[in-house]
Every structure is written in structure tokens, then in C-alpha cells.
Design a binder for this molecule. Structure first.
Ligand SMILES: Cc1cc2nc3c(=O)[nH]c(=O)nc-3n(C[C@H](O)[C@H](O)[C@H](O)COP(=O)(O)OP(=O)(O)OC[C@H]3O[C@@H](n4cnc5c(N)ncnc54)[C@H](O)[C@@H]3O)c2cc1C
Length: 396
């Protein structure tokens, strides 16, 4: 909108008019997910966080499936085949409500389904993907172990041959949706290097134990997976996944969703702070009128919108097939840190109210501790960027 005085004052949450570059389809997806999230997720999320769970994960999976969010940027097998940017926008709108809800979609679509889509046999794809896309089957992705996190090559979970079968032994830790999953994509060391397996969670010897007393990502189910002599047929092996590069490429898909998602978390915190600062009166005037508050709000609007710009640029690079994994590392590294700064500043603007679940700010700030840790910690992505720019690996 312009008038004779020139362009209008930009919208606080889209200061650089990034969304104007979305296609009509991407805009429609944004609006659909935003409406759904406001109607179905936002009213309950503080209670779910308080209770430390998602009350009905199967119903939630069905609802996400009906919206076409699972495996949204994959094609065929019941997946929506949308652009990477559209998927990113959907992640942004979900994480504007809670990082745990975006994690549900990331793990199902970008980790479990992407692994099957990329590395599975035709039979595995037709058997699992349509039901996972519809939300009838929940998947999880087991890479991390109690003693193997940033260095997944050190994993101890073993898969050994027994005739044409495989026998899996080991423990996976911090696995999102592990206790509610129907199928686990489990990565294990074999005599031929790291391989991926599709493990039905009712297989004898498989157990999942929910992790309790988390202080972050509480509206999400996190589990330990125990594999005690789990016997699988030869057809459980993902034939195309050979070596550590396979799970790492799935993580790169999920990280792309994080680059976008945290923009949503930051936006929510920023808008809450802006609203609060405009109505909270101290010393006879709204705290938004104090210079120190305005400095915070200016820093926040820059962080939110620069992060949005980074996400949008990576989306277009990915849609063009031109997004290098170190660029996704750049996005995760920069955007998570920006979201953490915004959430912390928003919490301070809310004063004492900011420590309660009546306002979203501390919930988001706590969630972002997980988001900074999973899919590669802040340090790991710094090293990945460092390696890209220097040509020297400092990982070990
Ligand atoms: C809520 C939640 C959900 C999760 N969901 C999943 C899931 O679904 N599937 C899954 O497989 N995993 C999942 N994870 C695990 C997550 O990916 C790991 O926690 C992460 O990779 C870090 O591993 P770690 O916790 O073992 O930390 P560590 O690797 O032990 O790292 C500890 C610290 O050391 C630093 N560090 C490590 N190596 C280096 C180095 N070379 N140089 C400098 N610093 C270094 C790290 O950056 C970090 O600060 C989840 C985690 C959480 C908290």
C-alpha cells in the first residue's frame, strides 16, 4: 500500500515485506496453518507444556496429516509435493505456537519419512509413506545415544546378520515421539558401516521409555529406545542408506525447518513484548515509551526480520536445488541465536509476568534451549561454518 507520502510504515512482524515474495500457494498454506494453529493449538499449548506432554498425539497426527503437513515437500506416496519454502512457512507458523509442535512435524516428515523416501525400497515407500503422510502411522528417528550425540559415528547400537535376518542391540536417547511411534528409523553400526533400519515398535525386544522432568520442549514427547535382541527381516534394512552421510542428510532436511520455525517463535515473543510494552504503565507512562525499552524492541525487530530474510533466502536456494548443507548450518546457527535473544528480551519486558505460562515468552525461551541443542548444537554448526570458510576441520 502506498499513498502520496510514499510507502506505508512496515508491519512490525514483516518489516522487510518478506512474505510479499511468497507465491499464492505458499501464502495460502501460511494462512491455513496459521488459522489452524490459532484455533486448534494455541488455546491448549500452555496446559500441554505445563503437563509435560501432548494429550492426544494420535489425534494431533491425524490433524497434521489432514492439513498435508507431513512430508509436505516430498513428492509422491501421498505427500503434498509443496515447495521447500511452503514447508518452511508451515514450520514458522507451527513454531509460532510452540517448538514442540513444529518438532512433531519435523521428525515425522523431515526425519522419518525423508529417510524412507530417500533411502527406502519401493516396497518400503509404498507400505509406510502414504500412512505416515496421512498421520495414521507415527514415526520417530533414532540416531542419538546416551554416549553419542554430536559425534554419531561413535554409536554403540549394533546390527548383526543372523541368516537373512538382522539382530539389533543398543539404546537410543532423546528420541522425539519414541513412546508413541509405530515405526522407528534406527541407525546402527554394522560390519559394513552405519545402516538404517525400519523397526516396528511392537517388535519383541523393543521398548520405549518416556523422558520425564524436562524443562524444555515439554509439549513434546521425548523417549529412550531400548533394542534388546530385536530380530528384523532383511527387508527392514533401508537399502540406499550406507554410511553416516545418510542420517546426516536427513538431519539437514529437518534443520531447514528449524531455520524457519524459530522465526515463528521469535515473532510470537516480539509481538507479545510489543503489546505488553504498549499497555504496561510504570512511572506514569507505557514502558514502550522509555528509550531502553525501545532499544530492546528495535534489536528484536531486527533479529526477527533478519532471521526471516535468511529463512526466505535459504528457501529459494533449496527450491532451486542450490542449498549447500553449510548454508543450512548458517541459517540454524544465526536464526536460533537470534530467536534466543528475542525471547530473552521479551521475557525481560514482561517483568514478573514473563516467568508465567500466562504469557508465551519464557515457554519459548525454554524451548529454544532444545532447539539450540538438537539437529546439531550451536558449536557444531559454528565448526561446520568454520570448516566451510577456512577449509580446515576443527571437529576433533
Ligand atoms: C528434546 C530433545 C529432542 C531430541 N530429539 C531427537 C530425535 O528425535 N532423534 C535423535 O536422534 N536425537 C534427538 N535429540 C538429541 C540431539 O540431537 C542431541 O542432544 C544433540 O545432537 C547433542 O548431543 P548431546 O546431547 O549428546 O551433546 P554432546 O554431543 O555431548 O555435546 C555436549 C556439549 O559439547 C559440545 N561439543 C561436542 N562436540 C564438540 C566439538 N567438537 N567442539 C566443540 N564443542 C563440542 C556441544 O556443542 C555441547 O555444547 C533430541 C534432543 C532433545 C533435547
Amino acid at each position: 500500500m502506498t499513498d502520496q507520502r510514499g510507502p506505508a510504515v512496515p508491519a512490525p512482524d514483516d518489516f522487510l515485506a518478506v512474505d510479499a515474495a511468497l507465491t499464492a500457494e505458499e501464502t495460502a498454506i501460511r494462512d491455513t496453518v496459521r488459522d489452524f494453529a490459532a484455533r486448534e493449538l494455541l488455546p491448549g499449548v500452555a496446559d500441554w507444556f505445563d503437563a509435560g506432554t501432548i494429550p492426544d498425539p494420535r489425534a494431533l497426527a491425524k490433524a497434521f496429516g489432514e492439513l498435508g503437513l507431513f512430508g509436505m515437500h516430498l513428492s509422491g506416496y501421498g505427500c503434498a509435493g509443496a515447495s521447500a519454502t511452503a514447508y518452511g512457512v508451515a514450520c514458522r507458523e507451527l513454531e509460532a505456537v510452540d517448538s514442540g509442535l513444529r518438532s512433531f512435524v519435523s521428525v515425522q516428515g523431515s526425519l522419518a519419512m525423508a529417510a524412507i523416501h530417500k533411502y527406502g525400497s519401493e516396497e518400503q515407500k509404498t507400505s509406510w509413506l502414504p500412512r505416515m503422510a496421512a498421520g495414521e502411522v507415527i514415526g520417530c528417528f533414532g540416531l542419538t545415544e546416551p554416549d553419542s550425540g554430536s559425534d554419531p559415528g561413535s554409536m554403540r547400537t549394533r546390527a548383526r546378520r543372523d541368516g537373512s535376518d538382522w539382530i539389533l542391540d543398543g539404546t537410543k536417547m532423546w528420541i522425539t515421539n519414541g513412546s508413541v511411534a509405530d515405526v522407528a528409523v534406527v541407525w546402527a553400526a554394522t560390519d559394513d558401516g552405519i545402516r538404517g533400519f525400519l523397526v516396528p515398535t511392537d517388535a519383541p525386544g523393543f521398548t520405549a521409555n518416556t523422558v520425564h522432568r524436562k524443562l524444555s520442549l515439554r509439549a513434546s514427547i521425548t523417549s529412550e529406545l531400548v533394542l534388546d535382541g530385536v530380530r528384523l527381516p532383511g527387508t527392514a534394512l533401508l537399502p540406499g542408506a550406507t554410511g553416516l552421510g545418510a542420517p546426516l542428510s536427513c538431519l539437514n532436511e529437518a534443520r531447514f525447518g528449524i531455520v524457519w520455525g524459530v522465526v515463528g517463535a521469535a515473532r510470537t515473543c516480539y509481538l507479545a513484548a510489543l503489546d505488553y510494552a504498549g499497555t504496561r504503565v510504570q512511572f506514569g507512562r507505557p514502558i514502550a515509551g522509555f528509550q531502553l525499552t525501545q532499544r530492546k524492541l528495535a534489536d528484536m525487530v531486527v533479529d526477527v526480520n533478519q532471521a526471516g530474510l535468511t529463512a526466505a533466502r535459504l528457501g529459494r536456494l533449496k527450491d532451486a536445488g542450490q542449498c549447500h548443507h553449510t548454508q543450512v548450518s548458517f541459517g540454524k546457527f544465526a536464526n536460533v541465536a537470534a530467536a534466543q535473544r528475542v525471547a530473552a528480551a521479551a521475557r525481560s519486558i514482561h517483568g514478573a509476568n514473563g516467568i508465567t505460562l500466562e504469557y508465551p515468552v519464557l515457554r519459548h525461551l525454554l524451548n529454544l534451549e532444545t532447539v539450540a541443542t538438537y539437529e546439531g548444537t550451536e558449536e557444531v554448526h559454528a565448526l561446520s561454518i568454520g570448516q566451510a570458510v577456512t577449509g580446515l576441520s576443527a571437529f576433533r
